[in-house]
Write a protein that binds this ligand. Sequence first.
Ligand code: GDP
Ligand code: MG
Length: 383
Amino acid sequence: KPPIVVRELAEQLKLKPFKLIADLMELGVFANVNQAIDESVAQRICAKYGYRFEVEKRERGSGIIHAPIKKIEVDIEDKPEQLKPRAPVVTIMGHVDHGKTTLLDVIRKSDVVAGEAGGITQHIGAYTISFPHPERKNELQQITFLDTPGHAAFSAMRARGANVTDIVVLVVAANDGVMPQTLEALSHAQAAKAEIMVAVNKVDHPNANPMRVRQQLQEKGLVCEEWGGKTLFVDVSAITKQGVDKLLEAILLQAEIMELKANPDRRAKGNVIESGLEPGGPTATVLVRKGTLHLGDVVICGPFYGKVRALINEENKRLKEAGPSVAVKLLGLNGVPEAGLEFTVEENEKEARDIAEKRTMEARAMGQEARAKVTLENLFATM
Ligand code: GDP
Ligand code: MG
C-alpha cells in the first residue's frame, strides 16, 4: 500500500497543511508535511471534516495500484447556526376502515393556500399544506403528510433504518375502538421513535365512545393529557370535519415542541417515498430531509443516478427547487429506485456514475456470495 502523506491528505481535504498538522498534534501525532501517517489516523481526520476515508483501487495494466484516498461522501455535520425551522413530516396510521384515507382527504382540503388549481391534485405519495399557527393566526405553517397506501413507504424506510416521519397520528374509530392493526401501527411508530398523537375519529357515529378509546390506549401506555399523561388526543370526524382544525393545530404545537430543524443550504439528502415508470421515464417522489434539491443537480439513489430534469409537486407545478420536509416528484434518474432508498447529490455526473457502478457491482457480488453460500449450505445439508 502506498503511504498516506500529510501534504496529499491536506490537499484532498482542501485544508492548509499547517491546519492538518495541528489537527494531528491534537491526536498526539507529530508529523511534517512530507511524512506519512497511519490509516487509522487518516480515518479520524477525515471523519472530523465529514469525509469517509477509503483507499481507492485503480486498475492499471494487469496490476492494481492504490491511490491514497478518495472522497466518497460529504456529510458535514451542520453547525447549529445553519439550522432553520422545517415543517413536520406526518404519517397517519391505524386499523383498516378507521378513516385514514377520508381524513387525509379532508386535511388536504384544509390547505389555506391551495393554488388556483384548487384541489386538482395528483397523487405523488405526499402533500404539504399550509395552515395558520394556532396562536399567531397570521403566520402560516406547513405540514407534510405522507399518504402512501398501506404505509408502504413507512415500512420500507424503517427497514432501511431511515425514519423520515416526525409525528405519527394514530387514527382510532370511536365506534370500533382499539383493534389489532391499531396496536401494530402503535408499535411501528414507537420503534421508529416518532411522536405519537391520537385522532379519535368518527365521533359523529351513533355508537361513538371516545372515552373508551382513551381508556384502551391508556392500558397500552398512551395516557391522554386530560388524565395527566403526555399524549395529545383529538376527537374528530372526517365526515362532518369536526375537530380537524384542532388536529392540525395540535400537530403544529407538537412540532413546535420538537424544534424540528434542518440546514437548507447544503447539498440535498432524503428518501424515496414512491417510484414508478411513466411514459417520460422513471419517476421518484423524494422527501428532502436536509439541504435543497435543485433542477440540474446530479442525484444518486441506490444503483441509479441522473441529472434532475424536473421537480413536480402534488399540484402538478414545476418547481426550481425543494427544501427540507418538501416532497417532490423527480424526473431524471436512469432507473426506478425502491421506496425507502436514500438519495444524495453528487458533485458531477462522472462521480455519480462511478458510485452507481460500484454499487451495482457490490450488489452483484453480494448476490453471488449469497448464492455461493446457499449452494454450500445445500451441499452440507445433503451430506
Ligand atoms: P381507511 O381504511 O382507514 O383508509 O378508512 P376510510 O377512510 O376508507 O374509511 C372507511 C369508512 O369509514 C368509509 O366508509 C368512510 O366513509 C367512513 N368514515 C371515515 N371517517 C368517518 C367519520 O368520521 N365518521 C363516519 N361516520 N364515517 C367515517
Ligand atoms: Mg385507506
